[in-house]
Design a protein around this ligand. Structure first.
Ligand code: IFM
Length: 438
């Protein structure tokens, strides 16, 4: 029997985001986007989602999380609920999040709270959202209010989820709101996101000096399709730099260096108490001179992982290889980048309708993670994406990442077989190499 042990006090959790689970979020730019015919697959809507808001179904979900031996949960606070109109603060919304955070703590689940997970209040959208630097003090004020109202229930924060995904999908490939495609604007947005993060970081620390504050960075592992080609390797390095490192490096030296321009954001220096990593897959890149927009690299179709991919897996992993070793290398790079800063895996997961691959995905990625920890990477927690099948943005309900299935007609949850595997790992705080049963 082999046991791969995780450090004492390791956090085992799952992650969710407000707009994906709450329902009733009709005052943000994602809701507006959903109203445009054809934007969301099957015309799906977040109106009910997993019914956390009206039905308070988070309680039952947290009961299950606890029963599955999780000891942490990452969720987000919906800005458009807390501040439905500019500088108007909603007491009922604060009361709701107090109930949610209290429910977590009562079940022994440490909350990790994200302040911005893709959605913006409509009033902010009308002011240009992250396109103008007016957003910086507005986000700072929001962070201050949240810490003042909820800081007795949480001291572990993520300011902004996946800055690169937010910027790329909204301002380069135009698939997400506001549906623009403009590199110059994308650079401005990313700059304001970094400024907003820095301002929120300081605001949280002003209210709560002991707060732990970070960002959730989405990282893709880029690999050359032809490793023997020097040109292919260079293009991969440039893509890797542009997607994975520009933002992270600016947090160290205060300079955003885009491949096509740069700018100073000195206030960002040193504004991470921990490093949050969202990792899903690797990407094989071929040289393609017809694609200047993606820096002359084209992602190749995925190499299926053991089984032929169904349409759900193809939709998500179509251009990404499931590659636990790349997860290991990404963590090792982050450990070097962050020196001794704690690392949290804030998201990692697979959409898998029939739950055929999820256990294998989990185990192989956790083996890779444990190896990195053994070699000194200071990883302190892992949040599987996601607790319950939920509203997956433009994919609607077609991609199912959850450990719990959700019958949306009755809002009944059913743990999938992989949930028991994850529960066993969390309970043992280890991967134990023997037939797994609960
Ligand atoms: O559902 C999303 C989440 O909101 C951000 N990271 C990736 C997940 C899966 O697509």
């Amino acid at each position: 029997m082999t046991t791969l042990q995780f450090p004492d006090g390791f956090l085992w959790g799952t992650a969710t985001a407000a707009h994906q689970v709450e329902g009733g979020n009709d005052n943000n730019d994602w809701w507006a986007w959903e109203q445009i015919p054809g934007r969301i697959k099957n015309g799906d809507s977040s109106a009910v989602a997993c019914d956390w808001w009206r039905g308070e179904k988070y309680r039952a979900d947290f009961d299950l999380a606890r029963a599955l031996h999780q000891n942490a949960h990452r969720l987000s606070i919906e800005w458009s609920r807390i501040e439905p109109r500019e500088n108007e603060w909603d007491a009922d919304a604060f009361a709701f999040y107090r109930r949610v955070l209290t429910a977590l703590r009562e079940r022994g689940l440490t909350p990790l709270v994200t302040l911005h997970h893709f959605a913006n209040p409509l009033w902010l959208r009308a002011r240009g959202a992250w396109e103008t630097d007016a957003v910086v003090p507005l986000f700072e004020r929001f962070a201050t209010r949240v810490a003042q109202e909820l800081g007795d229930l949480c001291d572990f924060w993520i300011t902004i989820n996946e800055p690169m995904v937010y910027t790329y999908t909204g301002y380069v490939n135009a698939k997400w709101p506001p549906g623009k495609s403009d590199f110059g604007l994308a650079m401005r947005v990313l700059t304001n996101v970094l400024r907003g993060h820095a301002a929120a970081y300081r605001a949280l620390h002003r209210v709560q000096p002991h707060a732990r504050v970070g960002l959730a960075h989405n990282m893709l592992a880029f690999k050359p399709a032809r490793p023997e080609s020097a040109l292919n390797r260079v293009i991969v390095r440039v893509q890797d730099y542009a997607y994975n490192r520009v933002f992270l490096l600016a947090l160290q030296d205060g300079r955003l260096r885009f491949p096509m321009g740069s700018g100073d954001v000195r206030e960002a220096i040193g504004t991470q108490d921990f490093i949050g990593l969202n990792y899903y897959f690797a990407r094989r890149i071929a040289v393609d001179f017809s694609q200047p927009g993606s820096l002359f690299g084209r992602a190749l179709p995925a190499q299926p992982w053991g089984v032929p991919y169904d349409d759900e897996l193809l939709e998500w992993f179509g251009k990404g290889d499931i590659d636990p070793d790349a997860f290991y290398r990404t963590i090792k790079w982050l450990a070097g980048y962050g020196k001794d800063k704690p690392i949290y895996i804030c998201e990692n997961g697979i959409c898998d309708r029939n739950d055929e691959l999820r256990a294998r995905y989990l185990i192989t990625h956790l083996v890779a993670l444990q190896r990195a920890i053994q070699e000194g990477a200071p990883v302190k927690g892992y949040f599987y994406w996601t607790l319950v099948d939920n509203f997956e943005w433009i994919e609607g309900y077609t991609l199912r990442f959850g450990l719990l299935a959700n019958d949306r007609a009755t809002q009944t949850r059913t743990p999938k077989p992989s949930a028991a595997i994850y529960a066993r790992i969390a309970r043992e705080n280890a991967l134990v190499n023997e037939p797994m049963s609960q």
